[in-house]
Design a binder for this molecule. Structure first.
Ligand code: F58
Length: 834
């Protein structure tokens, strides 16, 4: 292979750059070799897989950049309305396959590389995940920008170009250890740096009251610290369209690289300190998936990216409109992905009032027409609050403005509910008592014209429980937008065999742009031949996953077992420990009766715990340690295996999802806002075992009761049990098996020589009050698993159910979600690019 590639290289060195060819494969070959030589200064003989990856990525990028320029000039020439998506997280994963696929050059590039003798698998494995997000929220943003481009919607995503993404996870003796994710260390071929669009923003300082020329009082934000944001653009190509949008990620820099005074005095370290501090802002993603812990740097990150983005948005608008605030809200729609960018409300107000001298009502009208806000959680600990003293120090002028927003807001509240002080404090943006705090969700609701939840059930609870009075105060403001996933990454790219079968069966290749077409697969669900093809693909995917499990965990698993998968962040409310209790119960049943007739199972876990979340880490350890014991116990004849794959990320999800038989979506009802992994797994023909929570409810409606395993308490039942005073010990004493399982986990049996290893887990389930009601749902969960077992034994039945899942989840394409946002919230028409 090397000689073949080397001879190709020998030819191109002499050839002119960018040799044009009518043959697409030849011209891609030439382009890859050109980049290898001229961009990366490598020859084919010494090129590593990563060199080949970089050269191939650059070649793909060339295809995208010309379309990007065309798209941007079409948008500019027509002065279109644009959507700006503000998100602190984008969990993009690898970009090579989706870029090639969306650019329409995937097959030709594969062929070109083959003819060059390059090992494709090694090449693609050398791309690091772009893991600039924690979980569902960040991955949703990535799916959304894919759909925006695919639907020809003019949109720009704004975020931070973190030098370190979400930590890399390893296991040591079953414990999670975190390592830095230095994903950029070898360069990032997808990013186009644009120093010419850098923005300077300010922070800290204080507010002075000055009188202007006409004798009017004017607050002035002075003595501020200056920061520079440099944009890095990632091209975002649509699938099957010419549109290429951009994801614009800010890198922070100091305004002055060196403090020359300090430098001249010989203090080199002093001289670069300012630079180092400024660059810290875009250094690292905060690895929390639920709690907001009020860290100053996090607030600075939020303001930095919001301020840079707004300046950029305003620059783009004014370039065309001159001084056109009158139609700003006609051209600009801004979506706030959670409250993390909610400071945008106060920042735009500051610009309009302090810098542009608009009066309050004018400014406020522009703001509320511009912003809309998406809520992703009902968990109280996840609702963002900032201490007033911190805000006063970091953003003193914004604090003043937020107080004034609140004063006016509370006037409206008082007008609606006269004399009701309780109502005032409930609705206030400022939480009093025990140290004043700003409630960012309230600021976002007040400053937006639309607020949406991410699944039907979630939106109802949002209106009823989280913002009950706001729904009365602002009728019509609250909407539902059920989440979705991009069928390109989550079926076409990650499951090529199933995709080919679908294209063949439907007789049309355009289903990734129109996922409702999958409905027609339902007609085949009863056909034995189709069932066999469908399940044969599943089996091949399971063989591949089995190899990965062997490689990463050293565990041998059989592809004939039922692959039972729970992959998501590790959190008590997601109840990985309920899954563990069931595994231990099965283990116990097998030990009591080695001949127990059960379908062999492989339990697959993948999950990262927030580094400071001790109980989550204890659960990881418990699954690893108990799993190891089960895996090595010959008495159970391999009927149970437990594999916890390290370092869960998009790339690993792409491997696990096509191989899953059963999808665990087992959160306490009312806690999971939507879930999106549930959609990916169902689309790939896994059956769901789940509670009536988040989007599981809607998945159940689509696939039908016969094709899903629902168990556990409903939201109403959870509430009733809690109101009656939930006592986990009642369930513990009433259920002999449950009691034995909990006692066993609490004993030192699984960790000989190490006392009370799982005491935190054991305590949380009993004396800790079992806040997520694991015990209350255990028996119903265990029964649902018996139903799963029975269904799996009946292969044709299972195949039919799996096919029905793939056929009926077209609703969960993020294209549908984005169309709804565009029509109902953004009022955003598509702009086809010719
Ligand atoms: C998730 N939230 C929801 N937050 O939990 C999930 O149900 C939903 O499907 C998904 O959003 C998309 O709507 C989530 O992922 C975070 O990761 C935040 C990161 C920053 C700190 C607070 C949590």
């Amino acid at each position: 292979a090397k000689t073949k590639a080397a001879s190709a290289q020998a030819k191109t060195v002499a050839a002119p750059r960018r040799r044009a060819s009518d043959d697409p494969v030849e011209s891609i070959k030439a382009s890859i070799l050109d980049h290898l030589t001229h961009t990366f200064a490598r020859d084919t003989a010494g090129a590593t897989p990563r060199d080949w990856f970089l050269a191939t990525a650059m070649s793909a990028r060339d295809h995208l950049t010309s379309r990007l320029i065309k798209t941007q000039s079409a948008h500019n020439d027509q002065n279109v309305r644009r959507l700006y998506y503000l998100s602190l997280e984008y969990l993009m994963g690898r970009l090579l396959i989706s870029s090639l696929q969306n650019a329409g050059v995937y097959d030709h590039t594969r062929q070109a590389l083959e003819e060059l003798g390059v090992d494709w698998e090694a090449l693609r494995a050398s791309e690091d995940d772009m893991g600039l997000g924690n979980g569902g929220l960040g991955r949703l943003a990535a799916c959304f920008i894919d759909s925006l481009a695919t639907l020809d919607l003019p949109a720009i995503g704004y975020g931070i170009n973190y030098e370190f993404g979400l930590f890399r996870q390893a296991f040591e003796n079953g414990h999670q250890v975190e390592n830095p994710d230095s994903w950029m260390i070898y360069g990032t071929p997808w990013e186009l740096m644009h120093p010419e669009y850098q923005q300077e923003v300010q922070i800290y300082g204080e507010v002075e009251n000055v009188f202007d020329d006409s004798g009017n009082y004017r607050p002035q934000w002075v003595n501020t610290h200056k920061l520079v944001g440099v944009p890095n653009d990632i091209p975002v190509p649509g699938y099957g369209t010419e549109t290429v949008n951009i994801l614009r990620l800010w890198t922070s820099h100091a305004t002055e690289p060196l403090d020359l005074n300090a430098f001249n005095e010989g203090g080199y370290v002093e001289a670069v300190r300012n630079k180092a501090t400024s660059e810290t802002i875009s250094k690292v993603l905060y690895p929390n998936d639920k709690t907001e812990n009020g860290k100053e740097l996090r607030l600075v990150q939020q303001y930095f990216f919001v301020a840079c983005s707004l300046k950029d948005i305003i620059r783009r608008h004014m370039r065309v409109e001159g001084n056109g605030w009158h139609n700003f809200a006609d051209k600009v729609a801004v979506q706030l992905n959670d409250t993390h960018p909610a400071i945008a409300v106060a920042e735009l107000l500051r610009i309009l009032i302090d810098e542009e001298s608009l009066d309050w009502d004018e400014a406020w009208a522009i703001i509320t027409k511009t912003f809309a806000y998406t809520n992703h959680t009902l968990l109280p600990e996840a609702l963002e609050k900032w201490g007033v003293p911190l805000y006063a120090r970091v953003l003193p002028r914004h604090l003043q403005l937020i107080y004034e927003i609140n004063r006016r807001h509370l006037e409206t509240v008082a007008a609606k509910w006269p004399g009701d002080n309780e109502m005032l404090s409930t609705c206030s943006i400022v939480e009093e008592g025990g140290g004043k705090q700003l409630r960012m969700a309230h600021l976002a609701v007040v400053g937006s014209h639309a607020v949406n939840g991410v699944a039907a059930l979630h939106t109802e609870l949002l209106k009823k429980d989280l913002f009950p009075y706001f729904d009365t105060l602002f009728p019509g403001k609250f909407r539902n937008k059920t989440n979705g996933i991009t069928p390109r990454r989550w079926l076409l790219d990650c499951n090529p065999a199933l995709s080919a079968l679908i294209t063949k069966t439907l007789g049309r290749p355009d289903w990734p742009r129109n996922l409702d077409l999958l409905q027609a697969l339902g007609k085949e669900a009863d056909q034995p031949a189709f069932q066999q093809e469908f399940m044969a693909i599943k089996r091949v995917n399971k063989v591949a996953l089995a190899e990965t499990i062997q490689e990463l965990c050293g565990i041998e698993v059989s592809p004939d077992a039922l692959f039972d998968v729970q992959i998501k962040r590790l959190h008590e409310y997601k109840r990985q420990h309920l899954n563990l209790l069931h595994i231990v119960a099965l283990y116990r049943r097998l030990l009591q009766n080695p001949d127990l007739d059960m379908v062999p199972r492989v339990f697959v876990f993948a999950a990262k715990a927030a580094p400071g979340y001790d109980l989550a880490k204890n659960i990881i350890r418990a699954i690893n340690v108990i799993g190891a014991r089960i895996n090595h116990d010959e008495r159970i004849q391999g009927k149970l295996k437990v594999a916890f794959l390290p370092n869960y990320r998009v790339t690993l999800a792409e491997k696990i999802i096509p191989a899953a038989d059963l999808s665990e979506q087992i959160s306490t009802a009312g806690k999971e806002a939507s879930g999106t992994g549930n959609m990916k797994l169902a689309l790939n023909g896994a059956l769901t075992i789940g509670t009536l929570d988040g989007a599981n409810v809607e998945i159940g409606e689509e696939v039908g009761d016969d094709n899903i395993f629902i168990f556990g308490m409903t939201v109403e039942e959870v509430e009733a049990v809690r109101n009656a005073g939930y006592r986990p010990y009642d369930f513990y004493y009433a259920d002999e098996e449950l009691r034995a399982v909990i006692d066993w986990i609490g004993s030192d049996y699984f960790t000989p020589g190490e006392r009370h290893a799982f005491a935190p887990l054991h305590h949380s389930l009993l004396d800790g009050g079992d806040p997520y009601m694991v015990l209350a749902d255990f028996r119903s969960y265990s029964d649902a698993h018996l139903a799963v077992d029975a269904a799996y034994r009946d292969s044709p039945r299972w195949a039919k159910m799996a096919i029905m899942n793939t056929a009926r989840v077209g609703k969960f394409s993020s294209d549908r979600t984005i169309r709804e946002y565009a029509e109902d919230i953004w009022n955003l028409p598509p702009v086809p690019v010719k």
